[in-house]
Ligand binder design. Structure first.
Ligand code: ADP
Ligand code: MG
Length: 699
């Protein structure tokens, strides 16, 4: 088997190698030029590619093709067309044209547009993104595409992502030219997302309306055991889980997704998968695919894969770590500290660009990870806090402090100091520093943004990162562009120093879970956007509109549409949760409590008839206790019902989102308090659905 893996890898991908083999040489060269330099694609090239693609796809069993796109729902969308084309006489041939490859017109009026299509045009179109390879899944050729309105507004997550990659590339190349790097024409951002997930039995899942409708349990008392023994993290893989993971790896490898690491996570039934990093655009597509394939393969193994950020209360939820860096087309990682003073100069410029960006646009980074699901994690002691700060580690912090004080840096051990360096100190990278509580950590040659929820599309967070760092670089360029080459080192030193002094407040190496940090962060003037409704207005904040329009990432219209869509998504999510909880209480859980108290009451009455006193008092106490919980639960459900109606009747805006957060969510928690207190008092056969214990410890 093992020997086949190199052959298996990418076998369902229309790869560069296949293109080279299948396309006439001049066509291949023209396509490469389009991909590498982002130039216009001629129709004759598109036609040639379409022919080759169809031929390859049909050889590999495909009957259909689809433009695959990423609407603002955060999921992916597809509409399949078959290759068949009737040629008369009841016969068909398989056909696919360049026009069909490059442009599609899905009837997309049901995708959220946040008002864009109402204002402009009803229809949207999809356009081939040749920088992400096409692939075959379920006998269909998938063509990654961008999704836009006819007037050119982005209706998806890919378009702004590609724009942000362009923006950061352009700005980084300008800076590198000033530093004498003439050969760099393109800078790519790279991303490696670590994906967490839960696996539970499909049979259990099917019995829980909350999991089916909302992805998380809305009720459920803790099992006798949680994650306190730390016995699951990196623990042995059980055979059935190992089989699943093996199958998953193979499916991903076929799709060219370099799944690399897998292990058990902290919570019972929780696992993680990490691929080898790729360019951001491809990494985003691959992460979407990974989530889809995970779910599908899980079902094949009798599991359900839960990607919700907080499927179970009381144990860890799931996140996604977005490892991010910058690489030149010449293969150099710009966040690598490097060995020579010149490399360090370059590193420090890019490092300070990131520090500045995170400080100035922390609100956007926070916004990009905000969702109803992730609200259950951020700020709880399992995930980074809602406050965005940067962890640099001791050594790098030492370097930064030395620069700030105009000292050569040589105090921390293990550090090679190059006193001969003209201005900036020489240091070695140290990857041993780890601080799991930090939302944004430097990890040797990349930054790890750790606040992402497990189900989020990683497009959003990377758009924010790319754009805000592009802005730092653009401001740096303005300050350096007229400096003479012989003065460049001094000017860069001055700039790095100024930037550090101005933005060091965002650097924090301590414990992000500590309550003192919240106070300290407030003193430093950092954002603490606690919930999704708190974070959303950042979309339309003046400084952010300026940022996005300057770099052509989002127009003002596109920003407003996203703001609206996010509010709507949030309120709908909470609305569905509220209705589901009400349904489960009134139709399932409350009747169970009544049935049991009824039976207890019968039992007490019968005992009394027989003159048996033993047990009567304790049973009566239990009846009282359960009836008390029942009362409170039913009253709280009535209040939830009333508040949900009220919320629904409100106008769609930020106040509605706040009402759902402050009132409806609080009502739900109140109900849960009583229900979870009652649940452990009910015998198992009275319980209408599987408990935490059954779901988490019998898989
Ligand atoms: P850690 O142990 O810090 O989590 P790993 O080496 O396991 O680090 O990497 C975690 C993720 O970071 C992987 O997906 C890896 O491919 C990715 N990664 C490594 N280098 C880079 C880079 N230069 N740019 C983006 N992601 C990277
Ligand atoms: Mg990591």
């Amino acid at each position: 088997m093992e020997n086949n893996i190199p052959e298996l890898f990418g076998s369902l991908v229309f790869s560069d190698k296949i293109m080279r083999d299948k396309l006439p040489h001049d066509m291949y060269k023209a396509l490469r030029k389009t991909i590498d330099n982002n130039t216009h694609l001629e129709l004759d090239v598109a036609n040639a590619v379409a022919v080759a693609m169809k031929e390859w796809a049909v050889e590999n069993g495909a009957t259909h093709f689809t433009h695959w796109f990423q609407p603002m729902t955060g999921y992916t969308a597809e509409k399949h067309d078959s290759f068949i084309c009737p040629v008369g006489g009841g016969e068909v041939i398989m056909e696919f044209s360049g026009k069909e490859l490059v442009k599609g017109e899905p009837d997309a009026s049901s995708f959220p547009s946040g008002g864009i299509r109402a204002t402009f045009e009803a229809r949207g179109y999809t356009a081939w993104d040749p920088t992400s390879p096409a692939f075959i899944k379920d006998k269909t050729l998938y063509i990654p595409t961008a999704f836009c309105s006819y007037s050119g507004e982005a209706l998806d997550k890919k378009t702004p992502l590609l724009r942000s990659m362009d923006a950061i590339s352009k700005e980084a190349v300008k800076i590198l030219k000033l530093l004498g790097k003439e050969d760099v024409t393109n800078v790519l951002t790279t991303v490696g997302p670590e994906q967490e997930y839960f696996l539970i039995d499909k049979e259990d899942y099917k019995k829980r309306k909350d999991l089916i409708f909302t992805g998380r349990t809305l009720l459920g008392a803790p099992a006798p055991k949680g994650q306190e023994m730390d016995d699951h993290y990196f623990g042995n893989l059980r055979t059935r889980v190992a089989d699943f993971m093996h199958d998953l790896d193979e499916e991903l490898w076929k799709l060219g997704i370099p799944a690399k690491t897998k292990h058990n996570e902290v919570a019972p039934c929780q696992h993680e998968l990490a691929p080898v990093f790729d360019t951001t655009n491809v990494a985003v597509d691959h992460n979407q695919l990974t989530m889809e394939v995970m779910k599908k393969v899980a079902e094949r193994h009798g599991y359900m894969c839960l990607l919700h950020e907080k499927p179970f209360a009381g144990i860890n939820g799931s996140g996604k770590h977005n490892n991010w860096s910058l690489t030149t087309n010449t293969g150099e990682n710009l966040l690598n500290p490097g060995r020579t003073p010149a490399e360090n100069t370059q590193f420090l410029i890019f490092l300070s660009a990131v520090i500045k960006a995170v400080d100035e646009y922390a609100d956007l980074l926070r916004l990009s990870v905000a969702s109803a699901g992730n609200d259950h994690r951020l700020g709880a002691n399992e995930a980074p806090p809602a406050i965005i700060s940067i962890f640099l580690g001791d050594e790098l912090t030492g370097v930064i402090e030395a620069i700030e004080k105009d000292e050569y840096f040589g105090k921390v051990e293990k550090v090679k100091v190059d006193i001969g360096a003209k201005v900036l100190p020489h240091f070695m990278k140290d990857t041993t520093d780890r601080n799991r509580t930090s939302p944004f950590a430097f990890t040797g040659n990349k930054f790890e943004f750790r606040s992402l929820g497990s189900s989020v599309s990683i497009a959003g967070p990377n758009i924010m990162l790319n754009t805000s760092v592009a802005e730092s670089l653009s401001e740096f360029y303005e300050k350096l562009k007229d400096v003479k080459p012989e003065d460049m080192d001094d000017a860069v030193h001055k700039l790095v120093k100024e930037t550090i002094i101005k933005h060091k407040r965002v650097i924090f190496n301590g414990n992000g879970y500590a309550p003192e940090w919240v106070e300290e962060a407030e003193k430093r003037g950092l954002y603490n956007l606690k919930s999704t409704p708190d974070a959303m207005p950042a979309f339309i904040a003046e400084k952010n509109v300026k940022l996005f329009t300057k770099h052509n990432i989002y127009s003002e219209t596109e920003l407003h549409s996203r703001y609206e869509i996010r509010i709507e998504n949030y309120t709908k999510t909470l609305h569905i949760e509220a209705l589901t909880l009400k349904d489960m209480i009134l139709k399932q859980f409350a009747p169970s409590v009544v049935a049991y108290t009824d039976d207890l009451t019968d039992s007490v009455l019968k005992k009394k008839q027989l003159g048996v006193e033993a047990g009567c008092d304790t049973q009566t106490d239990l009846i009282k206790k359960l009836s008390g919980y029942y009362d409170n639960m039913i009253k709280a459900t009535a209040k939830l019902s009333e508040d949900t109606d009220k919320a629904e009747s409100m106008e769609l805006n930020i106040d509605q989102a706040k009402f759902y957060h402050d009132v409806v969510l609080a009502d739900m928690e109140e109900i849960r308090k009583y229900a979870d207190a009652a649940e452990p008092l009910l015998p198992e056969e009275y319980l209408p659905y599987p408990t935490y214990e059954q779901m988490l410890f019998y898989v």
